[in-house]
Write a protein that binds this ligand. Structure first.
Ligand code: MF3
Ligand code: CO
Length: 302
């Protein structure tokens, strides 16, 4: 979401606290999003249009008995955001945009079940992509998971932000977009607090059981500066460099992070640190949600 007043929250921020029952419904929404993204990622190939992906997303979400959250949000016209190459976030699907071999596309998807939200995004390559672009995607996904592993009760929001920033810096010379942030999520898609992709450990609101956050790093191959296109939505890099965007909705529980929009709840990437007594369901595939082979992450010093 668009950055606003980052750092100015002090202790007056009211962050929504969910009950375990409400988390269970958010998990349903998260699984709808996760499964839709899996289907969408598999449908990405040269020649497919972003409008076709959007139609597929709407069918998946409604077929699961859920409601797309983006459609109609401030008059946004589609079910997903499809952001290709130098587009960072909020690209609008179009029947005129055919994907080409070598492109990269961020697909951002949100769904509502019983009034509760899930929100997640992945960036995938179209056909074969260059090693440089593959590394950009991997750096962004790694930064996301480095942030998610910090979504622990007793920590601070800045621990997540700092972990994302530090991970990105360790992976290479990437631009870390600051003009858009992650966000609290629950009974609405965008709630307090904003979740910047940079920050200082030990700062910001205390993380408590019952909070849920959407963590969403955006990395570029060049400058982190952004430009909003005339359509009022599409955010592109100012220098035309390509960008990646990954996002998950994570619940903070007394037992650790629960990645609501990962089919395995984060079990694979977070190792033993995730509270998965209730998950995964038998029909979910094992392994990492985006089909990559990134290693598990563990909480570590930054
Ligand atoms: N998931 C996106 C975000 O958090 C929201 C998309 S904006 C919408 O920034 F209008 F498309 F919904
Ligand atoms: Co979001």
């Amino acid at each position: 979401m668009r950055r606003r007043n980052v750092g100015g929250w002090g202790r007056r921020v009211g962050i929504e606290i969910k009950t375990p029952e409400q988390f269970a419904v958010m998990r349903e929404a998260g699984l709808v999003v996760a499964r839709a993204l899996r289907v969408l990622a598999a449908a990405v190939r040269p020649g497919v249009t972003t409008a076709e992906l959007d139609a597929l997303a709407e069918a998946e979400i409604r077929g699961a008995g859920a409601t797309p959250s983006f459609k109609g949000y401030y008059d946004y016209p589609a079910t997903i955001c499809t952001s290709v190459n130098e587009e960072i976030v909020h690209g609008i699907p179009s029947p005129r945009r055919s994907l080409r071999e070598g492109d990269i596309i961020s697909i951002d998807c949100g769904a509502i079940v019983g009034g509760w939200h899930g929100d997640a995004a992945v960036t995938v390559g179209v056909g074969d992509i260059s090693p440089e672009h593959a590394r950009l995607l991997q750096a962004c996904e790694t930064a996301l998971w480095r942030g998610l592993v910090q979504a622990r009760a007793g920590g601070r929001l800045g621990d997540i932000s700092h972990a994302v920033e530090t991970s990105a810096a360790r992976c290479g010379r990437y631009g870390v977009v600051e003009e858009y942030t992650g966000h609290g999520i629950g009974s609405a898609m965008h709630m307090d607090p904003p979740v910047p992709n940079y920050g200082r450990p030990g700062r910001g609101p205390r993380l408590r059981p019952g909070m849920a956050l959407a963590v969403e790093p955006m990395l570029t191959l060049g400058s982190p500066e952004t430009v909003l296109l005339d359509d009022g939505w599409t955010v592109v890099t100012a220098d035309g460099s390509r960008a990646a965007h990954f996002e998950h909705t994570v619940a903070i529980t007394g037992d650790g992070p629960w990645v609501l929009t990962a089919e395995d709840g984060g079990l694979y990437r977070l190792g033993g640190t995730t509270p998965l007594g209730r998950d995964p369901s038998p029909q979910d595939p094992p392994g990492p949600p985006t089909g990559g082979n990134l290693p598990p992450v563990t909480p570590g010093p930054y």
